[in-house]
Design a protein around this ligand. Structure first.
Ligand code: NDP
Length: 325
């Protein structure tokens, strides 16, 4: 039996992918989302306070709203890892179809055929590279404050990083921990001023600038961190937990397999229409080379990508949908 061909396959189920799906479905395109983690990193955002229409909403709730919207439009979501992607030329050398291979949680492989593809794979947490960091991951070293903050009640904790993720984590963890040390490697934080102000005015938070974590201490669980500088006369800061919030690594491997161009940071290069260098392939959200990376901007790029896919497919309307474009 011939395999079905989707008009649009969206890889990634964060805000960019969800918005692309909403637009594509409303354009009446046969749309599939492939995404192992529905919601992406936004799920880990404690409170989102800059998405229009919501003064403050937990990231998880915002994503649930997106998912409900997508479900309502009948777009299926395959909760699988996309592991490979290629394009195949069809008879006429101008037409091609994209083939995405995935793995499910039982390690079974599946393939999906799409006339167009929108890549929204986002990013994953960057690790610090400090001595014994990996050994103590899950034993006091955490990469998700939203998930783990409540485990650190009444004990001192440090947070590494100086961006908005670190600032938000600091504010959240301080609701539980006895004290929070923000460890910033440079002389200033780069978080939004409103987020920095909240840290500076919180009595449970101390910001230490110009310092780096060299080593995580503790045998079975974290008992401290060794710093590159002295604090209170010692290079050992006694803490029972360390949250690493130092940014993200772009997950663009799949794009590279398709021949999509990425920049030196591995971000997919897109134009103002979210179009990549490969006709039929768009990218949106944190995986792209946009300067500003927010749930809202990613959603907007996803919507623009869906417009592009719709326009391209419409321009080849005479082609039956199982022969690519
Ligand atoms: P960012 O890239 O903005 O910040 C990363 C931080 O980690 C920087 O302070 C950087 O230091 C520091 N860092 C990087 N590597 C190391 C290291 N090896 N050791 C110590 N420190 C290190 O990442 P974020 O995850 O904070 O934010 C990503 C994007 O998401 C940003 O655009 C941000 O604005 C947005 N965001 C917005 C939120 C909001 O509330 N509006 C919430 C969360 C994220 P340095 O400055 O010295 O390079």
């Amino acid at each position: 039996m011939e395999q079905e061909t989707w008009d649009v396959i969206i890889v990634g189920a964060g805000s960019a992918g969800m918005a692309a799906a909403i637009y594509a479905a409303r354009f009446n395109l046969k749309t599939l989302i492939i995404g192992k983690v529905v919601g992406g990193l936004l799920n880990e955002s404690h409170n989102v306070e800059n998405y229009p229409g919501y003064k403050s909403i937990p990231g998880l709730d915002l994503m649930m709203n997106f998912k409900e919207h997508v479900d309502n439009l009948g777009v299926p979501i395959k909760e699988e890892w996309a592991i490979d992607a290629k394009s195949e030329q069809l008879n006429d050398d101008k037409k091609r179809v994209f083939i995405i291979t995935t793995k499910d949680e039982d390690e079974r492989e599946h393939t999906y055929r799409g006339r167009t593809v929108i890549l929204t794979m986002g990013t994953k947490h960057r690790h610090l590279g400090a001595k014994r960091e990996d050994e103590l991951a899950g034993k006091g070293v955490s990469y998700c404050a939203t998930c783990d903050a409540a485990f650190y009640r009444n004990i001192p904790v440090c947070i590494v990083g100086g961006g908005d993720s670190a600032a938000q984590a600091g504010e959240l963890v301080a609701q539980f921990a006895s004290h929070v040390y923000m460890l910033v490697r440079s002389e200033k934080m780069r978080a939004e001023p409103i987020n920095i102000k909240r840290l500076e005015t919180n009595k449970k938070i101390t910001i230490i600038y110009n310092t780096q974590v060299l080593e995580v201490l503790g045998e079975r669980e974290v008992t401290g961190v060794r710093l590159s500088t002295q604090y209170n006369g010692s290079d050992v800061l006694p803490v029972s937990g360390m949250f690493v919030e130092i940014g993200q690594i772009v997950q663009s491997e799949l794009a590279v397999k398709l021949g999509v161009k990425v920049n030196e940071r591995k971000e997919i290069i897109i134009d103002s229409d979210s179009q990549t260098n490969i006709p039929g392939v768009w990218a949106a959200g944190d995986v792209g080379n946009r300067k500003y990376k927010q749930a809202l901007t990613g959603a907007s790029e996803g919507a623009i990508a869906a417009f592009g896919a719709y326009a391209l497919l419409r321009s080849t309307e005479d082609q039956p949908s199982d022969v690519g474009y």
